[in-house]
Design a protein around this ligand. Structure first.
Ligand code: NI
Length: 437
């Protein structure tokens, strides 16, 4: 299948690299040409998408989420992280069944695809169902089973992770990859983290973990271990494998140096951090030190949507206000974080994240013929500061059209919504006062 995409191409290979009236040619899922139409030879398209007022972007990468937590969206809001987790989320998660996770994940996939997200890094449980939902939706994902290192099931969970990785890593036509998912330094003891690092090295996969999300966590680790969470992970040898560290809100300049030296990637989640009042990650400092930073929504329960276009805007605005510096995180940097930054953070930097020949065709077409995009002075500024999920028109993953004219083609959305409502009813017991379940 040969597909031709027309529009203003934003390849995210450099801030000035925008091709007006350009084309992207896709053959068998691979990008084979990017440039002006007159430079394209020997290509007869089976299908053509886009047009004069279309922006073409690399697929967005949601570098940290818990997809099935869509089930808890609006169930418990306006609480601090630990109270939210211990009193609202964890009790519900204890009641989750495999089918709930399947439908919750499929809902997340549909929502993400409609907003231009083509890849996500997920940490949850019932991962076979998560992988099945990813496969069905046509998305790309890096999946990790969440591991709690304390308690009687810790060893079994690690064994299950190994089985999951052996079964799914590289599957779904290469769209699914896997990582190990120790939840956090405060839920996994150092001995356990060492085992995780050894297993990751043995299986040749990365590690996805929450790090230094709250001030309380950092203080607790210091009290127990006499060091910071980042130092603790480095001491366990965990940072010697490829690590995707979600949050890194409360990190010191010394921690940042360690992250940079070890090549640890960070997933920044500005809206979740704001909503749970966790603090502001020092993104400008992390980037300045050479750390790879991707962008994530975290779970829908703490966001409350999975809109990566909105997340870019939040990331840029939050750094600006935190540093009282309007140049602290420019639009183009936010776009890089949401595309190639996230791709690198997931170990997929050679495969996706930019529009370049040889890469897989994960592409997003945004319709610019809208009042909030007029006049079109700057396409990158428009995407970061003015666009929202509903502006996405067409989405390709691995060269396959999965969204067209704002409609998901791979999954019946009505069926997903009905099943999610049933799951949510079953989970909550007595509905809240404002519930519409
Ligand atoms: Ni998280």
């Amino acid at each position: 299948m040969d597909i031709l995409i027309k529009g203003t191409i934003v390849p995210v290979t450099g801030p000035e690299d925008v091709i007006r009236d350009g084309v992207v040619a896709v053959r068998d899922g691979e990008i084979v040409y990017v440039g002006r139409l007159d430079g394209l030879n020997d290509f007869s398209a089976d299908k053509i998408f886009g047009g004069a007022e279309t922006a073409v972007l690399p697929g967005l990468v949601n570098a940290h989420t818990h997809a099935a937590m869509t089930l808890f969206r609006s169930y418990a809001d306006d609480l601090p992280l630990m109270k939210w987790l211990e009193e609202a989320i964890w009790p519900l998660e204890n009641r989750l069944k495999a089918a709930d996770v399947y439908w919750g994940t499929l809902l997340a996939c549909v929502e993400m695809l409609l907003g231009g997200t083509t890849t996500f890094a997920d940490m949850y449980f019932f991962m076979n169902e998560v992988a099945a939902a990813v496969q069905e939706s046509g998305m790309r994902a890096s999946l990790s089973r969440g591991l709690i290192g304390y308690g009687p099931n810790a060893g079994e969970a690690l064994a299950e992770s190994r089985e999951f990785i052996l079964e799914w890593h590289g599957k779904a036509g290469g769209r699914v990859s896997c990582m190990l998912g120790p939840h956090a330094p405060y839920t996994c003891p150092p001995e356990y983290l060492k085992k995780v690092a050894e297993t990751a090295a043995e299986l040749g996969v990365g590690v996805h973990i929450h790090v230094a999300e709250t001030r309380q966590e950092t203080a607790e680790i210091r009290k127990q271990h006499g060091c910071s969470p980042v130092e603790l992970l480095a001491g366990c040898g965990l940072l010697d494998v490829q690590v995707l560290a979600a949050h890194c809100v409360h990190v010191s300049p010394g921690d940042i140096e360690i992250l940079a030296k070890k090549g640890t990637a960070v997933a920044h989640n500005p809206e979740s951090n704001m909503k749970l009042a966790s603090g502001i990650a020092p993104v400008t400092d992390l980037l300045g030190a050479g750390v790879t930073v991707g962008l994530g929504t975290d779970g829908a329960a703490s966001n409350n949507n999975l809109d990566m276009l909105e997340e870019m805007r939040s990331a840029a605005l939050l750094q600006k206000v935190a540093r009282e510096d309007s140049m602290a995180l420019p639009a183009y940097t936010a776009l890089e974080m949401a595309t190639i930054g996230g791709a690198r953070a997931l170990g997929l930097g050679q495969v996706i994240g930019t529009i370049e020949t040889g890469k897989r065709a994960d592409l997003v077409l945004v319709d610019l013929r809208k009042p909030h995009f007029y006049p079109p002075h700057d396409v990158v500024a428009h995407i970061v500061y003015a666009a929202r999920a509903g502006d996405v028109h067409t989405v390709l993953v691995d060269g396959k059209v999965v969204v067209d004219a704002g409609q998901v083609l791979t999954v019946n959305v009505e069926t997903v919504l009905d099943n999610v409502r049933e799951s949510a009813r079953g989970l909550v017991g007595k509905p809240k006062e404002r519930s519409l379940l």
